[in-house]
Design a protein around this ligand. Structure first.
Ligand code: APR
Length: 260
């Protein structure tokens, strides 16, 4: 067991309030491409920022619609990975544990995480672009070339996600900020820290006195400011932390011998 894993387990075992900020990397081992992975197929060489925006949707609703239907369809075939499952079990050791995710999939919930805030929305939910009327898609509409129209105002139906240039739901951001400034440990998993205001959250925690742990196979600005950077895939690192927690459960004897 590495020193970093043991240290992370000790910090989490002592914390009463933990916030875990996740990004696309947390879903990568489930087979969900991250945003900065090369786009595949029809959308190869297209920057997601050119697709996930109101301007792109207005310019060519069908093109953006088909990109979302392709991603939505892919999510039906994936399952939570070992990192999601370890996170859900980790929550049971901590009195207050909030997952704040930038991801629009529901893999945290499917893994058993109880309290999840979706800062950027959820690709399984749809609504009217103008009046925000919630909308349930039919199988035919999922397979359609163009988005349906709102039954209330007639505008186009779109995914209930936050597009570039759009405001995050203020009540969700306020909840994330309050939790970040109140926690003892901020666990950051699988984010490049390149999109704001989500990328501010670890800094809010750090300046409020929390210990920041970053889990990522690559160094990022967050790993450089973190108190503890655990370099590796979350599907491996998080289960190792969970295993190490056993050392710090009341009544466990930490013999201090490193297993390897
Ligand atoms: N485990 C942990 N981290 C991983 C893994 C893995 N198995 N594989 C990749 N990563 C890391 C990458 O090193 C990268 O730092 O996940 C991060 C993914 O970064 P992005 O693709 O930028 O995704 P994210 O940080 O979530 O992007 C934030 O940007 O595109 C917008 O709204 C979108 O929510 C998204 C936001």
């Amino acid at each position: 067991m590495s020193h970093g894993i043991r240290r992370a387990a000790q910090l989490l075992s002592e914390a009463r309030r933990v916030v875990c900020l996740t990004g696309a990397g947390a879903s990568a081992e489930s087979g969900v491409p991250t945003f900065r992975d090369a786009q595949t197929g029809l959308y190869a060489n297209l920057d997601p920022m050119e697709l996930a925006s109101a301007q792109a949707f207005r310019r060519d609703p069908g093109f953006v619609w088909r990109w979302y239907m392709q991603r939505f369809g892919r999510l039906q075939d994936v399952i939570p990975n070992q990192g999601h499952l370890a996170l859900a079990e980790l929550e049971t050791f901590v009195p207050s544990f909030l997952v704040v995710t930038q991801n629009v999939d529901d893999l945290h919930e499917r893994a058993g995480s109880i309290d999840v805030v979706h800062l950027h929305g959820n690709i399984a939910r749809y609504r009217c672009h103008d009046c925000r009327h919630p909308y349930e898609l039919s199988e035919a509409e999922i397979a359609a070339e163009e988005p349906p129209n709102c039954p209330d105002c007639g505008d186009l139906i779109r995914p209930d996600v936050v597009w570039f240039g759009e405001e995050l739901p203020p009540e969700l951001l306020a909840r994330a900020r309050q939790a970040a400034t109140d926690c003892q440990v901020m666990l950051v998993v699988g984010t490049s820290g390149s999109v704001y205001p989500a990328a501010d959250i670890p800094y809010w925690a750090k300046t409020s006195g929390a210990t920041v742990i970053d889990v990522n196979p690559e160094a990022t600005p967050i790993s450089r400011m973190a108190d503890l950077f655990l370099r590796g895939p979350s599907g491996e690192i998080l289960p190792e932390i969970l295993d190490a927690l056993e050392l710090f459960r009341p009544g466990e004897v930490d013999d201090g011998d490193d297993d390897y």
